[in-house]
Design a protein around this ligand. Structure first.
Ligand code: WTA
Length: 679
């Protein structure tokens, strides 16, 4: 058993190996112009947020918010690892993102909405208008749906301003929102409805993507049907219309179940709903993410700790000032969009851009035209988007008159040469870059340079951000000192306010997944004994900068989106002909990594290109287009250990054309050559 477990670890290091060979890079200095205006230039900040001042240091973040009642206890660590922040405090997230700005900023743009079609004008919603629309929709949720604090609703919405409105309306009432990425299938949405036990689904009829108006309502029909089969009844589907007053979907409206928001909201025009005063440790939202087992888990985030953390990091790491135009190109359906499109930037009264479409459509100049038109000065995206824009439009940024002061990269390791293109060409050598490492579970950034204080180093995220104490541990839990050149597992030694409360409905899984691995004493009430295990491999350079190497568990990071190998494999197994399936990550020049699917067929079936396509299509429809495999390999049998475990490491080497190493210990070593001969 123990031997097999070691193999599991080895099986999954292939992503780490991609990055481990990067050499140490030269530093880049932030410009004096940037430093002169930066929010954080206090050289002592890491000491101020150091262990001697923990947890009081985080009051600085909480003080950036308006509280109805101040907290009594900063950190309640009496029941590890279920840490609670700002206990006794009461607040409302919607109030903090909207109402409190009205006195000074009501006429300022809160949301710039950029439709994908370029002939549709960009719209600008002021904080006053956002206030009115959030109140109206909160009235719908409260009076029409009968929802109240603590209830859950599932959202399956595309990148339209109504998504932010819906989230903030939920937050106003204390209704827990669970937004599912719109690119996910109806089935994937259903699984999340069932787990969250939502009685309401809020969706949109259609949205633009890659030049096409996609029917989105059809996914709601599938979601409701599957949820019903799994025992969760959805009473109503609320549908926002892409063009208000006009239905752009193709599936029929289900009488009594489907309602258009634009019809019912008329009864609530200009209604004001007082923000509900909620406990700091109450739940703001759920965000489902992939883990080591097949079932996605709902990261349950708090109101007080989360809001304090995203506001503080938006101010200090994103360097957001109220006068900035801030564009994060991520999708709100991921944690990045929740923390750094909606809650963080709006809490700071910035103008946040919501872009509906694909950055490379209709051409790779589109993002830079948007940046020029809106005079965006803070830009935030992923290595995948940067690689794609570089590949098809490396000369484009220079053609447009925009100037970023600050740029972010997030979600995957960024290759130093891609980093340099981002810096030289997109940032025009004027913008600082922060490479921010964090996770759905962590609410906000964990490692990054502080833009006005630290030098940047391509390929490295940087040190822990203020108040975060990362460390690299070896398999036995021994710290690997900085500069030792060895990779290990990155942990965070301390609790912090942005961390999820738990996994929705599964405290045990939460404990096991993130804490059991390095816990020093399960009975201990001292947080020092409970390091947070992130599930990423990393190395710490002599300068204390962390380089993240990738997942060490069964998670594949495609274009910065987490997919569980088990989820992908179970989707492949839906295809009748498939007997066994194994998924491995394979490096890809644009997406960072793509899943390759190996399948063996049930007796009586034979391989064909049609079958390969069927398997590939099934993954896309079951999970979503991001799950589309780089390649489907139909093999006569899987390489297996004597105990019957599929050797993903061997499959990974085959997929990459690498040496498969010593396979003599396999139960069926000859299969390796057979597969190689076939392809
Ligand atoms: C990876 C996204 C390298 C990492 C915010 C992590 C990164 C997973 C970086 C979380 C980065 C995120 N450099 N790798 N700057 N940022 N990752 O939950 O493997 O969608 O565990 O959160 O993405 O993905 P998630």
């Amino acid at each position: 058993m123990a031997a097999d477990e070691t193999k599991t670890n080895q099986d999954n290091v292939s992503e780490s190996q991609i990055a481990v060979h990067w050499k140490e890079e030269e530093y880049f200095e932030p410009s004096q112009k940037f430093i002169d205006q930066a929010n954080l230039t206090d050289k002592n900040v890491l000491e101020k947020f150091g262990e001697d001042n923990f947890p009081e240091c985080f009051e600085e973040y909480a003080d950036m918010l308006d509280w109805d009642k101040r907290w009594d206890t900063i950190l309640d660590s009496s029941n590890p690892p279920f840490f609670k922040w700002f206990v006794g405090g009461k607040l409302n997230a919607s109030y903090n993102c909207i109402d409190r700005h009205l006195a000074k900023h009501k006429n300022k743009t809160a949301i710039h909405f950029v439709p994908e079609p370029e002939n549709e004008p960009i719209t600008h919603m002021t904080f006053q208008e956002l206030y009115v629309r959030v109140n109206e929709f909160a009235a719908v949720l409260q009076d029409y749906c009968g929802l109240k604090a603590g209830d859950t609703v599932t959202l399956h919405m595309p990148m339209i301003p109504e998504l932010a409105i819906t989230m903030l309306a939920c937050a106003r009432l204390g209704v827990i929102h669970s937004q599912v990425f719109s690119g996910f299938s109806g089935k994937a949405c259903a699984d999340r409805i069932v787990d969250a036990k939502s009685k309401y689904l809020i969706t949109a009829d259609a949205y633009y993507r890659g030049g096409k108006l996609l029917d989105h309502k059809e996914k709601a029909d599938i979601a409701v049907k599957h949820a019903e089969e799994e025992g969760q009844h959805v009473e109503k589907v609320l549908i926002w219309q892409r063009y208000p007053g006009k239905y752009s979907g193709e599936t029929p409206i289900v009488e009594g179940r489907d309602v258009f928001v634009n019809d019912i909201i008329k009864d609530y025009y200009h209604k004001v709903i007082e923000p509900v005063s909620l406990k700091a440790e109450d739940t703001l939202f759920l965000m489902y993410t992939s883990g080591t087992t097949g079932k996605p888990k709902g990261a349950q985030h708090s109101i007080g700790g989360y809001m304090a953390y995203v506001t503080g990091t938006s101010k200090y790491i994103q360097d957001i000032h109220p006068e900035d135009v801030y564009w994060c190109m991520a999708d709100i359906g991921w944690i990045t969009g929740h923390s750094y499109i909606v809650y963080g930037p709006l809490a700071l009264a910035a103008s946040s851009v919501i872009f509906e479409g694909v950055p490379t459509h209709p051409d790779a100049g589109r993002p830079w035209r948007i940046a020029e038109e809106l005079d965006v000065n803070i830009f935030h995206t992923s290595p995948t988007a940067i690689r794609a824009l570089r590949r098809i439009g490396s000369e484009e940024p220079a053609k447009y008159n925009y100037h970023f002061k600050h740029m972010t990269t997030v979600g995957e390791p960024i290759e130093p040469n891609v980093w340099r293109w981002y810096y030289d060409v997109v940032g025009k050598k004027e913008a600082v870059i922060v490479d921010t490492w964090w996770q759905t579970e962590t609410g906000g950034f964990l490692c990054s340079t502080i833009p006005g204080l630290h030098k940047m180093k391509p390929g490295s995220a940087g040190p822990g951000v203020p108040g975060i104490y990362p460390e690299i541990l070896d398999e036995e839990g021994k710290p690997l000192p900085k500069g030792c050149g060895k990779a290990g597992n990155i942990v965070i030694k301390n609790p912090w306010p942005g961390r999820m409360l738990t996994i929705w409905g599964d405290d045990e899984r939460f404990k096991n997944q993130y804490y059991t691995r390095y816990n020093r004493d399960p009975e201990s009430k001292d947080w020092h004994d409970w390091p947070y295990f992130a599930g990423d491999g990393a190395v710490e350079a002599p300068d204390g900068y962390f380089r993240i190497l990738g997942r060490i568990d069964d998670v594949i990071n495609v274009a910065g989106h987490r997919l569980g190998t088990k989820e992908l494999e179970s989707a492949a197994l839906i295809v009748d002909e498939v007997g066994e399936a194994a998924v491995v990550p394979v490096p890809d020049p644009i997406k960072g990594v793509k899943p390759h699917v190996f399948v063996s067929l049930k007796p009586g079936f034979s391989p064909s290109p049609e079958l390969e396509k069927k398997i590939s299509d099934t993954l896309a429809t079951e999970i979503g287009p991001i799950a589309k495999p780089g390649r489907v390999w139909i093999v006569p049998d899987m390489p297996k250990t004597r105990s019957g475990k599929i050797m993903r490491r061997v499959l990974g080497s085959i997929a990459q054309g690498n040496d498969t190493g010593d396979v003599t210990t396999l139960a069926n070593p000859q299969i390796v050559e057979e597969i190689k001969k076939l392809y």
